[in-house]
Design a protein around this ligand. Sequence first.
Ligand code: HEM
Ligand code: HEM
Length: 175
Amino acid sequence: MQDFIRLKSLLSVVLKSGLPAKGYFRVGLFLLAALIVQQSTGWQWTLLTGLQDDNTYKLTTGFGLLALILYQWRFSVKRAQGEQRKAATMMGRHKLFGALFPLFFLSHSQILGYGYLGILSLTLLLAFLTGLFNFQIVTIHKSWYRPAWISAHVGLSMALLLLMAYHVYIDYAFK
Ligand code: HEM
Ligand code: HEM
């Protein structure tokens, strides 16, 4: 019980004040390494496979992914609306949720999929990867670096929205 209370207060501190930039980087890199091992060995968690056979579960986790990706866009909207203070808090959450994306992905699917599904999964992982290697981590003091980084990160996030819309149309609305 005490451990649970400690974990709860740790989580609320992380959500309010955030981790240092390297903290998200390490968490993200660890989860990415775990995902690469899982994909290359083909290992699957039987309990999760059972759940994923259920269409309602797939839909729920699919909508969960959709909500999280829209949340990742939210801080950019807040910043555009001039809410700088709120945008700063949201940036911490953006990095935290972003770094946990391999876990969110696995909850939806344990395979990357074929054809356009493979492209969708890789786009998600590349958006995640560019996010991890942001300008706070990779300090290249060249004028082109930050614009190039942001174009890649936002471009992949836009492609993600389009591919996701196609996925929902083909695998859900169409059925
Ligand atoms: C970035 C977001 C997403 C990624 C990377 C993704 C990835 C995948 C992959 C790889 C599969 C195939 C899994 C398998 O065959 O076992 C799949 C299946 C599925 N996804 Fe997604 N998905 C995403 C978002 C969504 C959304 C937003 C929805 C809808 C609400 C959704 C609904 C489904 C459904 C219903 C299936 C099962 C399709 C079938 O069995 O034919 N997904 N997804
Ligand atoms: C797959 C998940 C992710 C998506 C869909 C996503 C999407 C976005 C979007 C749409 C922006 C807005 C750009 C703007 O308006 O300036 C952004 C900015 C940013 N993202 Fe992500 N992101 C993801 C993961 C991550 C991760 C894992 C990190 C780092 C740990 C990260 C770090 C950043 C940073 C630092 C910015 C701010 C750039 C600036 O200050 O202009 N993102 N992201």
